[in-house]
Write a protein that binds this ligand. Structure first.
Ligand code: ADP
Ligand code: ZN
Length: 623
């Protein structure tokens, strides 16, 4: 179809300047646009704010015929159309919000060939006569926005997107360009096959958002911490994410009381309230939205200057997507995560409700990665980008809290050398657990058989517990000082960086960990006495889950007294558990494992708690 090719010599750069008012292209925009102008299919993954719209709006302006944009969000269409009209591009949308008369008028303009851009909701493709109408019109391009919605593997699957599979059949000559901000390789190939793209030009742009400044702070006095940031950005738009509706309402109320223009947003508000609050934010009538993750899709505001996560997000995908809403205009914006270890158990509680084993394990793994992001002395940007599969050679991004030295660090060189010495003296042929056992001087059959109790490093770290050493190993892994090698039985190996540290020419530091501030193990065998309240909270939740499942009151499972005792002695082995008041053989058999496992993972997450060992056996390190 020669006549759909460029109207004139594609004055691409001129259009960029004249229509959009930009001097230069953002990365990949030019290549995508040239490809589209050449009439070829495209598949592009670009970070939020990367400038996807321009990639089809600019060709829409140049190409003869109408570019059809499929977009899932009715609420956004109007803004997009308004934006295009502002730039002098003739545009309209067609969705269920239009009256019949309005729709007829759009059709009229389509037939007159006076529209460069038509925004469509995906469900339109289920309307047969509508599509038939389109076939009679000169179309230049189908641009599928948020294309990951077509894939069941994605996280935003929308059944009505499946209808888009028919585009290729009905319009064999019109090129199709698919855009998304999030697509794993699997989702990518799914999109390409579902849309039947013909050897598309594929762009996977870097996910890096250099203007976003990442920072993690320990939660201590959250109110004041949040207030501090909001005040620093006085009069600038920002979003504060919280986990629960109650905390959203409380924080929005607190900010209002301090004279800040803030509104809440969560799924428990009425549709009208939500729309009104979102609109007020979009129009700069309020500065701050305090929201659950329900707030997201549909925020196209380009000048969001800060994103605060007042609670730990469940995973890095969510975190990156939410922070991605800041600084779409390319100006600096701040992303602060307030990290408290107490949040871990709250998320775990929800994950534990997941029935499917695989799903639950995957969610746990994701949570661990999130915790690592917040805990290690490694550039935040590097960690985020690596999570999304990018190779990052640069260790210092120059703008996150780690890279700009805004964190409190401690020297762990000696401990690092102890671990690496144990690795090196055993030929770098053993896994994490074994190395930790050597360092802590565990007296196991395997250690004796291998004569690892004879090496120099054996037991030099017994002053500190296994959780401490586990954290050291994690830190060394995160900093690429050691690496995991092998699939089935991964062993620890030294990297070049590690060798330098081991032989004395390199230092290792870790982030200073927050003090838990909670009471440590209570006095010996006291019937009453202090207990670990955070752990109690967790065990109570576990008990509640079990009691709900079995339809019995919680105290039938274990009394509070029994739980309190667990929160003093931290039993992680069944025979220790058997020594707790109220745990008989039958209950030990039925619930022992659930509770010991919970306590062990609590200890793993709180390495600053040093439970004294109660029985003959030592707590195992859970891998
Ligand atoms: P995406 O859809 O990829 O999230 P948008 O298309 O909304 O991003 O673009 C984000 C912002 O970047 C918008 O404000 C847009 O005007 C701006 N933008 C896009 N391309 C350029 C460019 N080449 N130069 C400057 N700003 C741009
Ligand atoms: Zn950095």
């Amino acid at each position: 179809m020669d006549d759909t090719v460029t109207r004139e010599n594609p004055a691409v750069l001129e259009t960029l300047k004249k229509v959009f008012g930009f001097e230069t292209f953002r990365p990949d925009q030019k290549e995508i646009i040239e490809n589209i102008l050449a009439g070829k299919d495209t598949f592009a993954v670009m970070a939020t704010g990367g400038g996807k719209s321009l990639c089809y709006q600019l060709p829409a302006r140049i190409l003869k015929g109408t570019t059809v944009v499929i977009s899932p969000l009715i609420s956004l269409m109007k803004d997009q159309v308004d934006g295009a009209l502002e730039n002098g591009i003739s545009a309209a949308f067609m969705n269920s919000s239009l009256t019949q008369k309005e729709a007829a008028s759009v059709f009229k303009r389509l037939r007159e060939n006076s529209l460069d851009l038509l925004y469509l909701a995906p469900e339109r493709f289920a309307v047969g006569n509508f599509i038939q109408e389109l076939t009679s019109l000169p179309l230049s391009l189908f641009a599928v926005d948020e294309a990951h919605c077509i894939s069941e593997w994605g996280h935003d699957f929308r059944p009505d997107y499946l209808g888009l599979s028919s585009i290729r059949k009905i319009f064999p000559d019109v090129p199709v360009a698919a855009f998304t901000a999030t697509a794993t390789r699997r989702v990518q190939s799914d999109i390409i096959s579902k849309l039947n793209l013909h050897s598309p030009f594929i762009v996977r742009a870097s996910f890096d958002r250099p203007n976003l400044i990442y920072r993690v702070e320990s939660k201590r006095g959250l109110k004041d911490q949040v207030l501090g940031i909001v005040k620093k950005h006085s009069g600038e738009p920002g979003i504060i994410y919280r986990t629960t509706r109650d905390s959203v309402m409380a924080m929005a109320g607190m900010l209002k009381a301090k004279g800040i223009r803030a509104l809440p947003y969560h799924a428990g508000l009425t549709q009208e309230e939500r729309t009104a609050n979102q609109e007020a934010f979009n129009r700069d009538e309020v500065d701050v939205i305090v929201a659950t993750i329900a707030f997201g899709m549909g925020i196209d505001k380009s000048n969001v200057r800060f994103i605060i996560h007042a609670d730990l997000p469940k995973n890095m995908e969510g975190y990156y997507q939410e922070t991605g809403r800041a600084g779409r205009d390319g100006e600096p914006a701040e992303c602060v995560l307030f990290f408290g270890r107490g949040d871990i158990s709250k998320i775990r509680y929800f994950i534990d409700q997941t029935e499917d084993d695989e799903e639950r394990a995957a969610a746990m793994e994701k949570l661990h990665k999130m915790v690592k992001y917040a805990s290690h002395n490694v550039c935040r940007r590097k960690q985020l980008l690596q999570y999304f599969g990018e190779t990052v050679l640069n260790d210092n991004c120059g703008s996150c809290d780690i890279c700009t030295g805004k964190v409190e660090i401690i020297d762990i060189t000696i401990d690092a050398q102890i671990v690496m010495s144990a690795m090196s003296r055993t030929g770098q042929r053993f896994g994490i657990m074994h190395i930790i056992e050597i360092v802590t001087g565990a007296d196991t059959k395997r250690i004796r058989e291998l004569e690892h109790n004879k090496i120099k490093t054996y037991g030099v770290g017994r002053e500190k517990d296994k959780n401490h050493w586990r954290l050291i190993v994690d830190e060394l892994l995160a900093q690429d000082i050691i690496l995991h090698d092998g699939d089935r039985y991964p062993v620890l190996k030294l990297t070049d960086k590690g060798k330098k540290v081991l032989f004395g020419s390199g230092k290792v530091s870790a982030l200073k960990r927050e003090e838990s501030g909670r009471k440590k193990r209570g006095s010996k065998a006291a019937a009453f006495g202090p207990f670990d309240e955070d752990l109690f909270e967790r065990l109570r939740l576990l008990r509640k889950g079990l009691s709900d499942k079995q339809k019995v009151p919680p105290y039938i499972i274990f009394s509070d007294k029994t739980l309190h005792e667990m929160c003093r002695y931290y039993p992680v082995e069944l025979n220790d558990m058997a020594g707790i008041t109220g745990v008989g053989d039958s209950k030990l058999g039925r619930y022992g494992k659930d509770f010991t496992r919970e306590i062990q993972s609590y200890l793993d997450e709180n390495p600053d708690i040093y439970p004294m060992q109660t029985g003959a056996s030592s707590p195992g390190v859970s891998e």
